[in-house]
Design a protein. Sequence first.
Length: 286
Amino acid sequence: MADVTPAPLSPGAARAALHVAVALFGFAALFGKWIALPATMIVLGRTLIGAATLALVLVIRRQRAGRPDLRTAINGVILALHWVSFFAAVQVSSVAVGLLGYASFPVFVLLLERRLFRGGGFERATALLATLGLAALVPDFTWSSDVVRGLALGLVSAFTFALLAVRNRRLVERMAPSRIALWQNVFAAACLAPVVAFGAAVSWPTATDAALLLVLGIACTGAAHTLFIASMRRVSAHTASVVAALEPVYGIALAAILLNEIPGARTLFGGALIVAAAVVASRRVA
């Protein structure tokens, strides 16, 4: 069966698809509050349904899934850790704290690529700006603080996503992004399945939880990845990275509307610094 490559989007449609994809990524954070399950079970459901959705997209487009390799499998484990830490951050604190901790990932990309050490004052100023933003979020520097624990988990999420981004940048040279997304979800689910099955407390999802997991897996994973990948054919890497840095803005706005989580002045100030640092850093790593 020959691959059928879909026609590229128009520039305007590509930008719209990019913003919708990023908004859906931000929207995913709210499911950490809506779904009454441990983070490991949420991510297992998300990756299983997301993988099935991505596989269906490949079938519809008559594209081959290809064969995974060890690097893809490792990336799947990193993806699982990224999403588990992200949803755990949202659950122990708030959507805003989880998203803003994660939003520091471009600084970690600079660090992993050693640009932070080789670069000049511009790169160091970006890291300082993100650090000040994170510090501004914390009302009390004690581990008993929900904000501190949420930010710590958010930073784990940021670091693992940065590691995934650096590894995928090399992997995408020989493998289509849609296939990378598919197999990473498959391996993420594979590594989480025994953790959930043999966990201390296994709780089965209710009908409501199952419905929410379907929305999370189909809309916020499969569809969001498909839209993001489709948009990348017509927008520059710089544009994509800057729009991606707006994920916490979309997520926090949706949390305010749908969860009534209204961010305070401290969160808005710290968030503005972090988003600014993410946008600036993204210009360096794009």
